[in-house]
Design a protein around this ligand. Structure first.
Ligand code: GAR
Length: 191
């Protein structure tokens, strides 16, 4: 059984979908929710689903051991970022090579990078009059929203869209695809 750690800083709707998807799975379970915000919605979701939570501190995460010992002790096989807003430190990437993935609510390489999250992304897409947006799931490297792409899905951007209406459309894509892509990665890793 593969053990997944979900890292999230916000409401945790993706974390919720991933937990639901793997609820009765033979392939993987959500072993740990990691968050930098004790008051985040995702922490409540973890509690409701009786999943252990690790609340992390910036100094230790970015400059110390990066909590690698805690993650190794839990036997984590895959780290899934779902709205986690801190950069992943080099030591963590080195400890889990090819085992950290992220989802971004736009078609990278466009509209990624520091400060590009949530409504900032969707507003920039609308301001640039893009006809299309979507999601990108990618491996994580030392730059924000940068590593090797794994999967993209697209949706239209309509002329009367607001950041809010576009966010909803993109979020539907995230919920539909992220759990399945995670499953596929784990399945391929186990071959
Ligand atoms: C998601 O839309 C995810 O793509 C985004 O944060 C949101 C988290 O929502 N991540 C980024 O922007 C990373 N640069 P959630 O808390 O409802 O799952």
């Amino acid at each position: 059984m593969n053990k997944i750690a979900v890292f999230a800083s916000g409401g945790g709707s993706n974390a919720q979908k991933i937990i639901e998807y793997f609820n009765n799975s033979q392939l993987a379970s959500i072993a740990l929710i990691v968050s930098n915000k004790p008051e985040a919605g995702v922490v409540t979701i973890a509690e409701k689903n009786t999943i252990p939570t690790l609340i992390i501190e910036k100094e230790k995460f970015l400059k110390g051991s990066g909590y690698t010992d805690d993650l190794k002790k839990e036997g984590i096989d895959l780290i899934v970022l779902a709205g986690f807003l801190w950069k992943i430190p080099a030591l963590l990437i080195k400890t889990f090579p090819g085992k950290i993935i992220n989802i971004h609510p736009a078609l990278l390489p466009k509209y990624g990078g520091k400060g590009m999250y949530g409504f900032h992304v969707h507003q920039a897409v609308i301001d640039n009059k893009e006809k299309e947006s979507g999601i990108t799931i990618h491996y994580v490297d030392e730059q924000y929203d940068h590593g090797q792409p794994i999967f993209q899905a697209t949706c239209p951007v309509f002329e009367n869209d607001t950041a809010f209406s576009l966010a909803k459309r993109v979020q539907q894509l995230e919920h539909e695809h992220y759990p399945k892509v995670i499953e596929e990665i784990l399945f391929n890793n186990s071959k």
